[in-house]
Design a binder for this molecule. Structure first.
Ligand SMILES: Nc1nc2c(c(=O)[nH]1)N[C@H]1C(S)=C(S)[C@@H](COP(=O)(O)O)O[C@H]1N2
Ligand SMILES: [Mo]
Length: 360
């Protein structure tokens, strides 16, 4: 493993340094960020079984060999990103809880496995017309939070689970999953926050309601920044948003923050990502956002993958505030300031990413 930036050793939480992030479109497993809530469980690949239960006509119990032999192999290129990616930028405004992730809690990988939809078809999900069911993922790692110890569990809506991009994966970017990334089997839910892509997957349960595990029920919710309701007599209490789809985002990977550079043409490089709509363009500014130029885009290789961008701009002597912002297919762009997106848990920071450099 190259040197990741380690936020904590156990649970292992570590991110890819920015320059390394921009080196390859598909990040190798050793360079890929790791986000874990508990210790990495030791699981034997041969003994491992995946159970499929709940609202199904045919419950299944599948070994890894059966998963491979009974279902067609699928490959999807997709980014995985933590809902806390870029949290450090929110912490710079006001304190928030959680690890101070820079923009490196993201990576693009090529995932190999089977379609979750194929497995659900084999299990014959029993769903009534108009019913909104949920697919729960039960994992084998234990998590201790607020004095409670439990197995990691999350869920996604059945409608998402049935889309062709959602995989049960055993390989990542050409090699079997390493223990950190979920050996021997994990869910991969492209477009959704990484939290839904359960690693060390042991069971799948078709449920009437979302998972009751604290990871699903309490964590990874977007709370309003407002501490109080404008109108205390307000009859409606709006529940915090469950973070699934990730917003449009982009980051500058080069030059590094606070770099000292010689005057002249300067190359800026970074990533941009938009998964609910296609990415349409990426712009950079060298004057803190007063004027913009378009960056060249290396198009994403799948609707779920990140895009790389590059621009060369002349920089004269002095301090420069470099900024990036991406646009999606509906003409929407990123908010300018972190104040617009600040929330107490530091999720979904997609304000303009800024890097200040000095040219001497
Ligand atoms: N079983 C299990 N799955 C998990 C987690 C975990 O702690 N336990 N962390 C989740 C979170 S928050 C993220 S962002 C991704 C990170 O995947 P990676 O470590 O392979 O990059 O895994 C998700 N799946
Ligand atoms: Mo995450």
């Amino acid at each position: 493993m190259t040197a990741l930036i380690v936020h904590s050793a156990d649970p292992l939480n570590a991110e890819t340094p920015l320059a390394r992030l921009r080196e390859r479109f598909i990040i190798g497993q050793g360079d890929f960020y790791v986000r874990s809530h508990g210790s990495i469980p030791a699981i034997g690949g041969v003994q491992h079984r995946l159970s499929v239960q709940g609202r199904v006509a045919r419950p299944l119990e599948l070994s890894m060999a059966e998963l491979r032999s009974r279902f067609a192999q699928r490959r999807v290129t997709a980014a995985m990103q933590c809902a806390g990616n870029r949290r450090a930028d929110l912490q710079a405004v006001r304190p928030v809880s959680g690890d101070p992730w820079a923009p490196g809690a993201i990576g693009n990988a090529e995932w190999t496995g089977v379609a979750l939809a194929d497995v659900l078809r084999a299990a014959e999900v029993e769903v009534g017309a108009g019913e909104e069911l949920h697919v729960g993922f039960g994992a084998l790692d234990s998590v201790t939070e607020n004095g409670r110890t439990f197995r990691y569990g999350v869920s996604i809506p059945l409608a998402k689970a049935l889309s062709s991009e959602v995989l049960l994966a055993w390989a990542m970017s050409g090699s079997p999953l390493t223990p950190q990334h979920g050996f021997p089997l994990r869910a991969v839910v492209p477009g959704y926050a990484g939290v839904r892509s359960a690693k060390w997957l042991g069971s799948i349960e078709i449920r009437d309601a979302p998972s009751e595990c604290p990871i699903q029920a309490d964590d990874y919710k977007l709370h309003p920044a407002a501490e109080t309701d404008a109108d205390p007599s307000h009859a409606l209490t709006i529940p915090a948003l469950t973070i699934n789809d990730m917003p449009l985002n982009s980051a500058i990977c080069e030059p590094a923050p606070h770099a000292s550079l010689p005057p002249g043409p300067t190359r800026l490089r970074g990533y941009a990502i938009s998964t609910t709509l296609p990415l349409s363009r990426v712009e950079i500014s060298a004057d803190a956002g007063r004027s913009w130029i378009q960056a060249a885009l290396e198009q994403a290789r799948s609707p779920w993958s990140w895009s790389f961008w590059e621009a060369i701009i002349p920089l004269g002597k002095g301090r420069h505030d470099l900024v990036v912002r991406a646009w999606d297919g509906a003409g929407q762009t990123q908010p300018a300031s972190q104040d617009e997106v600040w929330n107490d848990r530091g999720y979904l920071c997609n304000a303009w990413h800024r890097v200040s450099v000095t040219v001497a």
